[in-house]
Design a protein around this ligand. Structure first.
Ligand code: AHM
Ligand code: MG
Length: 332
């Protein structure tokens, strides 16, 4: 589906979503509404994150909440906020969240969409003021409306995503998403409470000079991963690893590079979750011209059999991922 109109930098997210919807003559606007619900929850979570450093100070002034409860952890708050926004929005029948063991039925039995979400990824970074993120993925339900979303609704392969995105809460807060028609990035202007188009039609460089992996675990890497990391060093690539997936991914998307969370002797399926982390970022990277593989196959084609399933992932610039695949072939 060709882009009928390119929208200028500075377009608000709401307007952008509305105009994109006009490109699809039969669209009912439900997906647009769902994207706006996510953006609203992101603003709320952004506010909570920015205030988090103040909580102890406020506490010191006797400003604790009336019940004297301990402040809830931010990842729990983010989970509650996103679920509430999706429930109130009405378009989503079922949510699966990295924070919840079980599926969440919203009660919106007419809702046509399923959302998979990691509400606050990299939460170990909060205490040290490092960027964190939200990652989401949207599917159309396959079961008929009128009842709860089913297991099959929730366990669709990544190729069935209708939209995916992330929010990075960093030096600026940004929302980046795709509906399968390119990738666009929006930067939050807190004084106006709006996201503005800042990165239209993101294309990731075909190659790059950054590799991102937790090398502390190198003793447990496979032969293929070890050889590829050695190759990156021979090429004099820069090592960059924040330890916050969204931030590492976002940097490499814009600059060119490869992010890896491999299988290891300790974690044979790697660490990252297929439904909440690998699939949404794989959809985005492919839409931006990049690639994502598990080392065995394309991430988006992995058959999920369990909500919280993990997968190894090698994701980023197409030439670097292809190079990694060559080295990883020896493990298969
Ligand atoms: P989390 O979902 O428990 O926050 O863990 C995911 C995070 C990612 O943000 C990051 O890329 C990865 O874990 C880092 O893991 P490690 O410390 O093993 O390198
Ligand atoms: Mg996570």
């Amino acid at each position: 589906h060709p882009d009928k109109l390119a929208l200028p930098v500075g377009t608000t997210l709401d307007r952008f979503i509305m105009r994109k919807q006009e490109d699809f003559p039969y669209a009912t606007g439900e997906l647009s509404q769902l994207l706006r619900d996510i953006a609203l929850a992101a603003k709320i979570v952004n506010r909570e994150i920015n205030r988090s450093g103040l909580i102890d100070i406020a506490g010191a002034y006797g400003n604790r909440n009336v019940q004297g409860e301990d402040q809830q952890k931010l990842d729990v708050i983010a989970n509650i906020r996103f679920i509430r926004a999706l429930r109130n929005g009405g378009e989503v029948c079922t949510i699966i969240s990295e924070e919840d063991e079980e599926v969440i039925q919203t009660g919106n039995v007419q809702g046509k969409y399923i959302v998979a979400i990691d509400p606050l990824d990299g939460s170990s970074n909060i205490d040290v003021n490092v960027s964190i993120g939200t990652i989401f993925s949207i599917y159309r339900r396959v079961s008929p409306t009128g009842g709860e979303g089913t297991r099959q609704d929730c366990l669709q392969t990544g190729t069935h995503q209708v939209a995916a995105g992330y929010v990075v809460y960093g030096s600026s807060t940004m929302l980046v998403y795709t509906t399968g028609n390119g990738v666009n990035g929006f930067t939050y202007e807190p004084s106006l409470g709006e996201f503005f188009l800042s990165h239209p039609n993101i294309q990731t460089p075909a190659t790059g000079a950054i590799y991102s992996i937790n090398e502390g675990a190198s003793a447990t890497f496979s032969a293929g991963t070890t050889a590829f990391v050695a190759y990156c060093k021979e090429q004099n690539y820069s090592a960059r690893y924040i330890g916050s997936l969204v931030a590492d991914f976002h940097r490499n998307l814009l600059k060119g590079g490869i992010y890896m969370y491999p299988a290891s002797a300790k974690a044979p399926q790697g660490k990252l979750r297929l439904m909440y982390e690998c699939n949404p970022l794989a959809f985005i990277v492919e839409q931006a011209g990049g690639k994502a593989t598990s080392g065995r196959c394309r991430i988006l084609e992995i058959e999920p059999h369990e909500m919280h399933q993990r997968s190894p992932v090698f994701i980023g610039s197409s030439e670097l991922v292809e190079k990694a695949e060559q080295f990883l072939a020896q493990d298969n």
